[in-house]
Ligand binder design. Structure first.
Ligand code: PLP
Length: 446
């Protein structure tokens, strides 16, 4: 077992304890934090971050899939600083050169013909807008969504979030019909082949549409469920869904908040794994595009985007600073073929983790695409999903200087999503730490 030479030494002093006490006293109880002693991150560079005590960590969660290229990427920092020195905010009531240029590039990249782009300040606001468009365009408040989905924390995005661990209310402004197509490793469809799985999901969709009350506005789906545990449906599922939707004029919203910008390696967007399905009617994005800046957006063909009749803006959507940073970030991503890097380094990391998994009694499955890798954990004694194992692995990895995420329901899946500039050496270093952390967890669960 190899340890990082600079693995964290400090365990947090009184200053850390005091800050955490203040955090708990003033923040909501439901605000999620990682670790028994949450880390105070104060600096980042490349694929690494440092905490307030000077400990260094390799970041395999990329912020929370927000750091798409790298922490403190000089190109993004320079663009943001330059713009911040001129003006921080002007709003969409005025023209903004970088917003127009960024929108043109995203419209082109989206593959949606005659596309219009609306910038928001988050993924939640992007999905909220997509739902507003779809329900207005189709004059229906019925929405199809995948079981176990996560689409945000506004009232309407919660209403299409099937993962109950992430939807804090069951009151709903929408009528949502949940269909199969997300989680595959468990449940009634677990034993099916890809083709059988697709057929079963389509039958479920048909069944749900039979139960709908007249017009259905849209299906919203993450091509790979993020919070849900990096579940990858078989290629072609969304194409099969699309056929059914098209017959009824139902719109398809693809939520690319986690899967966009080449993270999945083979494709620029997650939906493209189901090529015959596309292009979608509406695409939403956020997280990685701003490399940590608060930015999201919606792309839709003009007919759908322009169905709203009232004047409307997002005060912070498309602001000069966020669009300057996002444009620099996107330019870097494309010029350095980070999608290709996600494919190559992600492939190596995936096979390395699969060989680790082969001998680990706590790993049930390693899955995903590119640099979006999920490791599903179970209790060695029962083979049942083990959120406890995920907790132990996260803590053990942190002790060795590696940050990873978790998800799934229950939260038994490690989520690995480093910045897309990850090097082979860093992938190897992270895999070694994960291997050691899995061994630790297995011992503690014995
Ligand atoms: N959609 C997906 C797929 C997400 O993973 C998230 C956040 O995790 C959201 C939407 C909500 O985005 P935000 O937290 O920026 O509002």
């Amino acid at each position: 077992m190899t340890h990082m030479t600079n693995a964290p030494q400090s365990t947090g002093g009184p200053a850390h304890a005091a800050l955490y006490a203040r955090h708990r006293a003033v923040m909501p109880d439901w605000l999620a934090t990682y670790y028994e002693r949450p880390i105070e991150i104060v600096r980042g560079e490349g694929r690494r971050v440092w905490d307030a005590e000077g400990n260094e960590y390799l970041d395999f969660f990329g912020g929370i899939l927000t750091t798409m290229t790298a922490h403190a990427l000089p190109e993004v920092t320079a663009a943001v600083s330059e713009q911040a020195g001129k003006i921080l905010h002007s709003s969409t009531l005025y023209l903004n050169h970088t917003a127009v240029e960024l929108a043109e590039r995203i419209a082109h990249l989206s593959g949606i013909p005659d596309a219009r782009v609306f910038f928001t300040a988050s993924g939640t606001e992007a999905n909220d807008t997509a739902l507003l468009l779809a329900t207005t365009y189709r004059r229906s408040n019925q929405i199809l969504a995948l079981r176990n989905s996560y689409h945000g924390r506004s009232f309407s995005s919660i209403a299409v979030t099937g993962n109950t661990a992430w939807s804090p209310t069951s009151l709903s402004p929408l009528q949502t019909l949940y269909v199969h197509g997300g989680v595959r490793s468990r449940g009634p469809y677990a034993h099916l082949t890809d083709d059988q799985f697709i057929a079963a999901c389509v039958a479920d969709l048909d069944d749900m549409l039979g139960q709908a009350n007249g017009t259905v506005a849209a299906l919203i789906a993450e091509p790979i469920q993020g919070v849900g545990g990096f579940t990858s449906p078989p290629d072609g599922l969304l194409a099969a869904f699309r056929e059914v939707l098209d017959r009824r004029g139902i719109l398809w919203i693809t939520d690319e908040v986690q899967t966009g910008w080449g993270r999945t390696g083979e494709h620029f967007w997650g939906w493209q794994a189901h090529a015959q399905a596309g292009p979608p009617d509406i695409l939403t994005f956020a997280k990685g595009i701003g490399n940590g800046l608060a930015m999201g957006g919606v792309v839709a063909r003009a007919e759908v985007m322009n169905c709203l009749r009232a004047d409307s803006i997002s005060t912070f959507g498309g602001s000069p600073v966020t669009t300057a940073g996002a444009l620099a970030n996107l330019t870097y991503l494309l010029e350095h073929d980070l999608q290709g890097n996600a494919r190559r380094v992600g492939g190596l990391l995936m096979s390395r983790l699969r060989s680790v998994a082969a001998t680990s009694p706590v790993v049930r499955e390693v899955r995903g695409r590119g640099l979006m890798i999920g490791v599903e954990l179970v209790a060695p004694s029962t083979g049942e999903p083990s959120p406890q194992a995920a907790k132990l692995v996260l803590e053990a990895a942190r002790e060795r200087g590696l940050l990873i995420g978790k998800g799934g329901r229950p939260a038994n899946v490690l989520r690995i999503a480093p910045p897309l500039t990850l090097t082979v050496a860093e992938a190897e270093q992270g895999a070694e730490i994960i291997e050691a952390a899995l061994q630790d967890a297995a011992k503690q669960l014995e």
